[in-house]
Design a binder for this molecule. Sequence first.
Ligand code: LMR
Length: 398
Amino acid sequence: MFSDLSILPPDPILGLGQLYKQDPNPNKINLSVGVYQNPEGITPIFAAVKQAEQQMLAAQNTKTYIAQQGDDAFLAGMATLLLGDALVAELGDRAGGVMTPGGCGALRMSAELLIDSGKSKTVWASDPTWANHFPLLQSAGLELKTYRYYDAETKGVDFQGMVDALSQIPEGDTVLLHACCHNPTGANLTKVQWDEVIGILAQRRLLPFIDIAYQGFGDSLDDDAYGIREAVKRLPEVLIAASCSKNFGLYRERTGAILVVSDTVETTKAALSHVMGAARKSYSIAPYHGGGIVGTILSDAGLTEMWKTELEQVRLRMKSLRQQLCDGLNTAQSQQNFDFVGKSGGMFCYLGISQAQILKLRADYGIYLLDSSRINIAGLSEVNLPVIIDAVAKTMES
Ligand code: LMR
């Protein structure tokens, strides 16, 4: 049965993490996969998560199945986090969610929903986008195309290019957007730009499919959801895929959600039934553990405050590391102006260096960044920053 199979090429993100693990260099530095590390180089468990987990386990007296839709406290908490109190109250059951295994599960089940709708199978993604968007959505049967987004010259958003591209997308297609902290570029839309994008979506009757994997890593929990909330206010249907991997630090627990907002309760209920139907045909019901923790946090005011405080510390530390990298690179070399690093936001940015330089950093210094030159800002630390700045500068000047 399997004898004709050849080994697949490694995943461009997770595969590099494996390569890093195998590197015997004692000074190696991992800037590949998007995982937060504290000053000691450890990916810590949020104290609020640890406390919620203990409470949850102490109160748990059964391991029977949860509802197909997922844990109620989790779904209510996620809706509030994504939409804010006022919209949740206003929308009632026109907004509804399903718990999923991570953000990937949310994206994949969203793809199944789009296929089930029987409408256009074309989804437009930013150029570039997260490396897994294409395989993940295409394997469900969607056709992926790209709209212009990043300008390699200015190293920021090519907003006019984006507007022109969106204005030509055929009516009824779906547009995949990063709510905040664009992965991989770190180049983000301003609020004014979001308003304009939403206007085009409304005019051309395009469905926004918004991936939110870094809420709270950009400007704030509320600011990072601006695009989602405005889209929900102004458009008849919005599809949201959310991940709790980063902002709750629940990477391995595979915790995420789909949120569907439509103009009628019936439409939302029907869409959610298709998501649950698709899940049943795949993994059946999402795992409970991570969602249980998030639900415990978000239904307890004290734990929510504790989590928000920790998340804000993480956000501010990433922002400071980003600025230190920007300043350090500008001082240490004369080939390129790195102001764009400081201006971008979230967990990632492109360094904008050549393929040869990326490979040299890996071979000579054990510094791992993606082939696209994406670096994980959260992998920087007060200890490794001087080493990275020196290595990048030497590589660029050589
Ligand atoms: C990343 O982009 O590094 C993260 O989202 C992790 C992943 O699954 O790719």
